[in-house]
Design a binder for this molecule. Sequence first.
Ligand SMILES: Cc1ncc(COP(=O)(O)O)c(C=O)c1O
Length: 412
Amino acid sequence: MTELRTPKAPLATNALAALIQPSATMAVTARAKQLKAEGKAVLGFSAGEPDFRPPEPVVRAVQEYISAKAVKYAPVSGLPELRDAAAADLEKFHGRSFQRNEIMVSCGAKHCLANLMLVTLSPGDEVVISAPYWVSYPAQVELGGGTPVIVNASKEHGLRVQPEALERVLSPRTKYVLLNSPSNPTGVGYTAEQIRALGEVVVRKAPQAWFLCDDIYRHLTYDGFEQASAYRVLSDLTEQFVFADGVSKSHAMTGFRIGFLAAPKEVIAAAGRIQGQMTSGATTTSQIAAIAALTDPACAAAMDEMRAAFARRRALMLEGLGAIPGVSVPKPDGAFYVFADVSQHVGEGTQFVDDLALAKWLLDEKLVATVPGTAFGAPGNLRISYATDDASLREGVSRLHEAFASFPTARG
Ligand SMILES: Cc1ncc(COP(=O)(O)O)c(C=O)c1O
């Protein structure tokens, strides 16, 4: 052995690596997969993605493209056809036009939001996030060097943040007020009136703030609830909006990793510079797929079918879970989650210290994978996804019934 060989020095990770915790939803999914691999009949209620295939035109577009073409780099900010298709789709929803240079395509709405935080936040900037929140929001704000400011959306108000509560956390440092409707993890949607009431408070108390609308679930709504565009509701008061959107949930295309960000052109240009050095943009084949998703009218039938299935399953879950003593389930307006309040079954005087312990027990003992509310800033709850087939849902509900009935110590 040569004398020049180094001794083995550790490759240390840095402060940024220490800042970011792994996503709790991913952790549960990984544990559930591991149990499945061991041959256990795990029922996965933790998924954050539709259990459907993408619409046929999407599949066909990719197959034809790959058979006919060399698959090359796409422009960093997205194929022009996709940016234009996204602009047209957003225009339909928001009722305002978008130029191509106000739209950037990235690897999912998650990547859009992360890019936005990286190029717009500075130390001291605050982003107001209502809890229960999607797990990635606070982490992304921290990645961007900003400060997440959490405002609780209480159960008495249907898990919707109230204007008075919002007013208390707004400040001259508020950079964004995040609006995610319908919401992950609760499925709760805000009506036009509710958005108006929140918007008026923001414009009055923090006129410098921008609305950051994460509209990824806007197509998935039930029982006649139609998601209102915050822009349409508030554009007489302000033009300060950024939109994160995409095809992941609406078209069952999570694995394609395509999202789009709509923001002022200077922000899009800056995000493009970051993306150009990080990933060179989203994959070309996925962008071809997304163009088909947004432009082929034949996709509508598949989307309707998926929505109808989710509506049926939501009813099944509400009925089944609603009958479990000590568990209450607010009725969601959209997405594919219910957010069950299990607070009577956790904490002092019960068998579980908290919802994390309960979720772990349900997975290990009953083979039902749920996500503890703590992951979403709302301890004492479980997020239960119904993006799985009806038979598994029925079986899962029955296992949950049995489990909760076996807890001797629920507080009344
Ligand atoms: C609220 C919310 N926003 C954004 C995303 C990210 O979507 P994508 O898969 O397009 O990155 C998710 C995915 O779970 C989500 O729940």
